[in-house]
Design a binder for this molecule. Structure first.
Ligand code: PMP
Ligand code: GLU
Length: 395
């Protein structure tokens, strides 16, 4: 029997994408399911962005581009960093990849040797530990609680740093919790990265989706020492509702970005040519469409929180950004629901899907089995319909 690589056997599939596929298959079979699964905006990509891609197609912009992205797009990205983050980068410090997922994958491939450690918080986005492991490195996961808003405390980070530490990763606003770091905590963590000379990876993909008047500050903007060791990761998926276009990017130390480009030159080459043209327009044009979507998400956040408040035995940290809520369902574990004993987040997910027609993602894959993740990137009607069902299912 020919064996597969150990690498491929040890990697787990993305639970967010797996559950989304399962929910969509049920819906295709005619089952009525309220979808809180996929972490993607429900809005269509704005028309002016789509037209840019259509124009690019018609103009024959259908060939290979430079591996790290077109000069035009990297220029637009440096302008974005200036405008939104007060950061000054040269295009050579920027690389465009096939989604921010691919960007982060390339970062770990570029910086990690076998046995190196990468520090990040649990609950974490499902792909972080797997991507770290695919680079031969070791995830150093810091457990966080709702009381700390699911953010790593600087003393927890300091205690986790070893001579093997290669990077600290922060994700604010966070997937799956929607919580954000306060500035002092973020500064203290950035200072630790500088002091110990490890990279800081700042996943800012939900930067544009902040609520209650909150503003975002990238740690790279704290000072030059921090900027010199930081990768600022962002992308088009969430802010512009462009998940399928697969455009993500990072700015970071030039030698590391150049290493990422070498790696990318042997895997995907450039990201899709016409998607890059669309990204230029998305970044350069007025950001009204982004703000409109942000407002809609904020209203949905308010409604979903209010609806969870009505359900006994569920607690959550109020999301301050992104479009996720990560409630603790563990008070209902141990119950027999739908004829089966519910022991964990997977059982609760199955119960809600099969008996109540509600699709959620189990907390297990995010390193927090007491929780379920719901994406509220869906209409208010669907949120209310889904929460009616959850309430009834837990009575
Ligand atoms: N980081 C986080 C925290 C995410 O939730 C996502 C969305 N899947 C990504 C990165 C990657 O997004 P994309 O590859 O669509 O740009
Ligand atoms: N980030 C989204 C989510 O967490 C999309 C799926 C994925 O790439 O994991 O649901």
């Amino acid at each position: 029997m020919i064996s597969l690589s150990q690498r491929s056997q040890s990697v787990t599939p993305s639970s967010t994408l797996a559950i989304t596929a399962k929910i969509n298959a049920l819906i295709a079979d005619g089952v009525d399911v309220v979808k809180f699964g996929a972490g993607e905006p429900d809005f269509d990509t704005p028309d002016y962005i789509k037209y840019a891609a259509i124009e690019a197609l018609n103009a024959g912009f259908t060939k290979y581009t430079p591996v790290p992205g077109t000069p035009e797009l990297r220029e637009a990205i440096t302008e974005k960093f200036k405008r939104d983050n007060g950061l000054s980068y040269e295009p050579a410090e920027v690389i465009v990849s096939c989604g921010a997922k691919h960007t982060i994958y390339n970062i770990f491939q570029a910086i990690c040797d076998p046995g190196d450690e990468v520090i990040f918080a649990a609950p974490y986005w499902v792909s972080y530990p797997e991507q770290v492991k695919l680079a031969g490195a070791v995830p150093r996961v810091i457990e966080t609680t709702p009381a700390q808003n699911f953010c790593m405390a600087p003393d927890q980070v300091e205690a986790a740093i070893t001579p093997k530490t290669k990077a600290i990763l922060v994700n604010s606003p966070s997937n799956p919790t929607g919580t954000t770091y306060d500035l002092d905590t973020l500064k203290a963590i950035a200072d630790l990265a500088v002091k110990h000379q490890v990279y800081l990876i700042s996943d800012e993909i939900y930067e544009a989706l902040l609520y209650d008047g909150a503003t975002h500050q990238s740690p790279a903007s704290f000072n030059e020492e921090t900027k010199a060791i930081t990768f600022v990761v962002n992308g088009m998926s969430k802010a512009y509702s462009m998940t399928g276009w697969r455009i993500g990017y990072t700015a970071g130390p030039e030698d590391a970005v150049s290493a990422m480009s070498r790696i990318q030159s042997h895997s995907t080459s450039n990201p899709t040519s016409i998607a890059q043209k669309a990204a230029v327009v998305a970044l350069n044009e007025p950001q009204d469409a982004v703000e409109e979507m942000r407002k809609a998400f904020e209203e949905r956040r308010d409604v979903i929180c209010q609806r969870f408040d009505e359900i006994e035995g569920i607690s959550y940290a109020r999301p301050q950004g992104a479009f996720y809520i990560f409630p603790d369902f563990s008070a209902h574990y141990g119950r027999t629901l739908g004829g089966n004993k519910v022991k964990n987040s997977m059982d609760m997910t199955d119960y809600l899907l099969n008996s109540a027609g509600v699709g959620v993602v189990p907390g297990d894959g995010f390193g927090a089995d007491n929780h379920l993740r719901l994406s509220f990137a869906t209409s208010l009607e669907e949120i209310n319909r889904g929460l009616d069902r959850i309430k009834k299912a837990l009575q």
